[in-house]
Design a protein around this ligand. Structure first.
Ligand SMILES: [Zn+2]
Length: 233
């Protein structure tokens, strides 16, 4: 299988040996380049919120822990990462400890329900629900990637938002006079158009611009997620 960049192993290269399958496999399985083992490092800065380090078996029996030795880290944006099947005796962090991005936290192992040494890596959103970690292997955690918008649904502006003629901050800002009648009612007075925080909008189209998400609404285009900040939800 293909080697990909990944920031949870010290050498920065991973092979994905098992994909994310939601409820039946809430993470991805990784080995190092060439099916090698490596140090496990923190994906991003955060605080260790859970550590199990006393598992020294690697066969699954009823009542035994599936994850084996594992570490769970809560990150600054409220999301979590989990690193499982860690080698017995290799864990270098304690519960409550702050870690930086790239801090060595343990060594890959074969503890718990595991049939060969690998890292089982999970990403959880702010509600502790698992999300596919694949997109985060070499990029920052972002609530943005776990927020979904649906055409036809109605959302609420969390801040005052400029209305533009297209999706992107390089697009021209609309004039107040160009808004729909309904938009004018909810706009901040002034020459350029900005809708007030709390305005309800219906998504007519959802547009991805890099890591950002824009919505087309009846009055124009507004940033729903910009640089990791959620402006509409
Ligand atoms: Zn797994």
């Amino acid at each position: 299988m293909a080697t990909v960049n990944c920031r949870v192993l010290k050498k920065g290269k991973c092979v994905v040996t098992q994909k994310y399958k939601g409820t039946t496999h809430g993470g991805i399985d990784l080995v190092g380049e060439g099916y090698t083992l490596d140090d496990v490092v923190a994906h991003s800065a955060g605080e260790v919120v859970s550590v199990v380090s006393n598992i020294n078996y690697n066969t699954y029996k009823s009542g035994q822990k599936i994850y084996g030795n594992y570490i769970k880290i809560k990150h600054d944006n409220g999301m979590y990462t989990i690193y499982a099947h860690l080698k017995y005796g290799s864990i270098k962090v304690k519960n409550g400890q702050k870690v930086s991005k790239g801090t060595v936290i343990a060594y890959m192992g074969n503890t718990g329900y595991s049939t060969g040494a690998h890292l089982h890596f999970e990403v959880r959103d702010v509600n502790n629900a698992s999300v596919d970690p694949t997109n985060y292997l070499s990029s920052d955690l972002s609530n943005a990637n776990t927020t979904k918008y649906t055409v036809g649904k109605t959302y609420t502006l969390q801040v005052n938002l400029k209305v533009r003629e297209g999706a992107g901050t390089d697009k021209k800002q609309k004039k107040y006079s160009q808004l729909t009648a309904d938009g004018k009612e909810h706009a901040v007075p002034g020459e350029n158009a900005a809708l007030k925080s709390g305005t309800r909008v219906t998504a007519l189209q959802v547009i991805n611009v890099g890591n950002d998400v824009w919505l087309r609404i009846p009055s124009g285009y507004v940033a729903a997620i910009y640089q990791g900040n959620i402006y509409i939800k």
